[in-house]
Ligand binder design. Structure first.
Ligand SMILES: [Zn+2]
Ligand SMILES: [Zn+2]
Length: 152
């Protein structure tokens, strides 16, 4: 079976870009930390462990390229920090996020819950939906169960 990195390599080739060793190291860091929402600096520090000669500017350019090719989405959770999040392969829509206002954890919902909402938007506003980003702010179940044991 073709690996994810191979398919990303093909995507780059399709857009006339090469998967250079620096780009590959950057993609590998994103794949290895898929559950996280890394900033450019976070990615840079992890890539540096694999490719010590790499500079922040190169990592930054690679992340911008991957954003353009829709391999990743550049997101902002309201703290002013741009983060890079891999899109799930074959997903028509970006996944949803749950942000805990107590511990700051970011969880993902891969299941798309907005099919009905999109239908309403298309019908009522004559707007063709291509994608959507949805972020919920609240208290995660881990913080809630902690509250329970503390007898809150
Ligand atoms: Zn995410
Ligand atoms: Zn929490």
């Amino acid at each position: 079976m073709e690996s994810r990195i191979e398919r990303i390599k093909k995507q780059l080739h399709g857009a006339s870009y090469k998967l250079t060793p620096q780009r590959e190291a950057t993609v590998m860091v994103l794949l290895e930390n898929e559950a996280d929402h890394l900033s450019a600096e976070d990615v840079f520090l992890l890539v540096k462990e694999k490719a010590p000669e790499i500079g922040l500017a190169t990592v930054y350019r690679t992340l911008e390229l991957l954003t353009e090719l829709k391999v990743v989405n550049k997101i902002n959770f309201g703290d002013g920090v741009a983060r890079y999040d891999l899109r799930k392969e074959g997903a028509a829509r970006f996944h949803h996020h749950l942000i805990c206002i107590e511990c700051g954890a970011v969880d993902e919902i891969q299941e798309d819950l907005l099919g009905e909402v999109e239908k309403v938007v298309e019908k009522r506003f004559g707007f063709t939906v291509k994608d959507h980003w949805l972020t919920f702010h609240g208290i995660c179940k881990r913080c809630k169960s902690e509250g329970d044991t503390k007898g809150k």
